[in-house]
Design a protein around this ligand. Structure first.
Ligand code: UD1
Length: 437
């Protein structure tokens, strides 16, 4: 694994050249992270194939190791990670990993199920607005966990978890995952109402069912937002091998890069069926998209720049609607299209942090509360800009590929939290781009 560890690099590029070529889409970060946490629950050996080689996955592996699990990673295009949790005994998670990554909070459900207790500090993560964990804690309490806070630490303890009905006021992805993990070995039946419906939730359920859990999501989740879990004995869970799905957000990032910079690119290993709202937006803005389901490939063609225009309005929302994680790449594509786009961010409060950097590059974007109004068609100019969070950082790289002259994206490790090799991928697509120390 090349990228584990995360170091400070900048990404330097000379923009103004359309993209062309083909790239392979890495495994999904947001699917792999909860499945790695789920391994904690399983007293046996698991093998996860196709994990992305990114720092967040390295951080989750370190969290697992800190509990006593044996974790081995190897591979080139994506890592195969072997996890053996038979010797797990430590319920305290080290602050340095928990603070680095918000997803560490989903270890709580798994550790309650496995060890009956867990102690974590408040989790960290990208600075994209208020990210409370009240829904996580409420869900775990409903299952019978006692939770108390001491300073910056959250303690949770359960002699025995008991199935319950949990009705989320908002379908939080992480809280749904946490409750699923805790409910797998709880006594009796758990019903999660208004559960998140993201593909990563379904992947977690599929993985756990393969390992011996009894989770019913198929008929109920997409239609009604309901997940029903029949608790099983911990001893019934067993190790499994599992393939991580391709990353829909990474695929979407490259689709928006082609829309913004122009050109024709082919994406291999795409998550078919998970990109509909993204493809609808890209097609609405004038690019053409062709999918080859037999080969799991997608071609986006944005060569004819006269056809690239803004649609009037888009808002981010929970799956299957337009994902908040692609709102920043969309802003950049909107800067390069003719006309005006209004974008409403409904999921995270501070997700317009790249706007200031884009304005310095010449973008015409106005922010009013949770809404950004982009007037496209202005040329962007190369600048030194700063990545302050993962998806915004990737979007700044796209902006650099569109801009005249040299852009340097100073990045203190954010982009590598989610993209295996963004500069390598864009090099494959013909861009003049490299990492600089
Ligand atoms: C996950 C994804 C992230 C994506 C997000 C929304 C992973 C590792 N991360 O994050 O990439 O952007 O879903 O699709 O899968 N909220 C509360 N209380 C809670 C939990 C959440 O108020 O206890 C709020 C959040 O502040 C936010 C909204 O709910 O406004 C969505 O959060 P959530 O769905 O939980 O996102 P994450 O699981 O953190």
């Amino acid at each position: 694994m090349a990228c584990f560890g995360g170091n400070d690099v900048s990404i330097r590029m000379e923009g103004g050249k359309p993209l062309g070529g083909r790239i392979w889409i890495q495994g999904s970060k947001n699917a792999a992270l909860p499945i790695l946490a789920a391994c904690m629950l399983i007293p046996g050996k698991c093998l996860l194939r196709g994990c992305p080689d990114i720092t967040d996955i390295g951080c989750m592996c370190n969290l697992l190791k800190s509990t006593g699990a044996a974790v081995n990673a190897a591979g080139v295009r994506g890592a195969s990670i072997g996890i053996d949790t038979r010797s797990v005994r430590e319920h305290r998670l080290p602050e340095k990993y928990v603070s680095a990554m918000r997803s560490s909070v989903i270890m709580m459900g798994a550790m309650l199920g496995r060890l009956g207790e867990v102690c974590v500090n408040y989790p960290g993560g990208c600075v994209i607005g208020e990210r409370p964990i009240d829904l996580h804690l409420h869900g775990l309490e409903k299952l019978g966990a006692q939770i108390w806070i001491e300073g910056n630490h959250i303690h949770a303890y359960a002699d025995e978890l008991k199935g319950a009905v949990i009705d989320f006021p908002f379908p939080s992805v992480g809280a749904t995952q946490n409750v699923i993990l805790a409910a797998v070995t709880a006594q009796g039946t758990t019903v999660i109402k208004n559960a998140a419906r993201e593909p990563e939730i379904i992947e977690l359920c599929k993985f756990l069912n393969k390992a011996g859990a009894r989770i019913d999501y198929s008929g109920t989740l997409l239609k009604t937002g309901r997940i029903i879990i029949q608790g099983v004995e911990l001893s019934r869970l067993h190790g499994v091998e599992y393939d991580i799905i391709p990353d829909r957000i990474v695929a979407g990032t490259y689709l928006f890069a082609a829309l913004a910079a122009g050109g024709r690119i082919t994406l291999e290993n795409i998550p078919i069926g998970q990109l509909d709202s993204i493809c609808d937006t890209i097609k609405g803005m004038g690019a053409s998209i062709a999918v080859d389901p037999a080969r799991n490939e997608m071609v986006v063609d944005a060569c004819d720049r006269d056809r690239i225009v803004n649609i009037p309005y888009i808002e981010t929302d929970v799956y299957p609607d337009f994902p908040t994680d692609l709102q920043s790449p969309l802003l950049v594509a909107a800067c390069m299209a003719k006309g005006r786009l209004t974008v409403r961010e409904k999921i995270f409060s501070s997700r317009f942090r790249i706007v200031e950097e884009l304005q310095r590059m010449g973008a015409d974007i106005e922010i009013k509360g949770d809404t950004a109004v982009v007037t496209g068609g202005n040329e962007l100019e190369g600048r030194t800009v700063i990545a302050r969070e993962l998806r915004g950082g990737a979007a700044l790289v796209i902006a650099g590929l569109c801009a005249c002259g040299i852009t340097t994206v100073a990045d203190s490790g954010y982009i590598r939290r989610g993209y295996q090799d963004i500069a390598g991928d864009f090099t494959e697509l013909g861009a003049r781009i490299s990492y600089v120390d």
